[in-house]
Write a protein that binds this ligand. Sequence first.
Ligand code: CA
Length: 468
Amino acid sequence: MLKEELPPASTSVLVRQGLGRHARRGAPNPLLFRAQRARNSKGFSLSGMHLTSNISRLALLTIALAATTLGCVAPSAPRDPASPSPRPAVSAEVSVPPSPDIVSESPLGAAIAQAAVNVRQVTLVEGLEHPWGMAWLPDGSILVTERPGRLRVIRNGRLEPQAIAGVPPVLTGGQAGLLDITLHPNFAANQWVYLSFAAGTPEANRTRVVRARLVGNALQTPQVILEVNQAKSGTQHFGSRFLWLPDGTLLVSIGDGGNPPVSLEGDLIRRQAQNLNSYLGKILRINEDGSIPPDNPFANAGNAQPAIWSYGHRNIQGMAFDPVTNRVWATEHGSRGGDELNLIEPGQNYGWPIVTHSREYFGGEISQERSRPGMVDPRQVWTPAIAPAGLAVYRGDRVPQWQGDLFAGGLVDRGIRQLKLDAAGNVVSQQQISIGQRVRDVRQGPDGLLYVLTDDRNGRLVRLEPAS
Ligand SMILES: [Ca+2]
């Protein structure tokens, strides 16, 4: 599975349940549609979800190469493994209407020249198993989460063989596992470490946040300070990025719960992103102890969860704060194409799944609407998908040419998009920095350089520094 967003094999049970539900309702069944297309093509699944043989992989590669040769895909754009046939990829491209807010995937010649800083990539550590998030301790050591449920420490540039003890039990498989990590802003005084992870069973699980004190090589006195208020099935879309605001409150992104046919209370679970009584598909804002700030936008709204900060999100895995502009940025996965960069403001609706540039993995529209009054348009749309994960605003003093730029990691992109912004926060150009592995996290380190975690069984910690 290349793209994070594709359902893991373990969802086959859900898929079968979904077939029955669609049949009872008499609704168009995407899974039957997929099965028919697979039959029509003599066993070659066009869905991209279940490539069943090496032959189909080979055919897929051939089509992708042909598409590139014919110019169907912009040369600088990564092929989205979720877009296996060239025809849907092209239609996804042309379905994006012109908008001043949207930078297309076409090459940006002048802007690339402007952004030219030769970057050296230094691999600091290898052997991390699907690392997800990282945090610097006051002594310069780095804590790194590994999705299978371990918390590792890199000390004096070396990955300690012994993991940190006391990590709570986590649900693993698919996108589930131990996810983000952050330290309390006053960690030096109180030793609080915050972890987000998937908790529960494959049938009933939720994103959970625990804080615990780091004493020596162990976490102690763990406290559950937040968990999603509804259980979901399957192992997709946990969100889970942390972001501290200057006022000492903490933002936590929560995914929409999963792709069709994953459902909740008789409806597609993705629609919970528009339900203000659900934590799914939201950014939440809490105090350091999990209590809810009284100035949250829906704190006094009555029929809404007071923890909600913004809503209408699909699956945010990148969040960053710019201390100069006081802006909060977030990157969010679309389904097939339609990945987004959003400028986050409290109380706002970011549209999912009512408005989206993204299409279903199995083909077809999720919505005809790309924009709607009262919903916030993205500042950047990526089609084909980059599968964004990890986001940093560069405010270091080591590379003046990067000042104020956004660095968005991409799983499918296997690299980083460096975005230049104008004063109003519009994206004016982007540049690709290839890393060569799926990128899960990007952060600015205390030394003013950028650090990157790659999502791999043999994941790496990479430092980006100017080459000259
Ligand atoms: Ca949106």
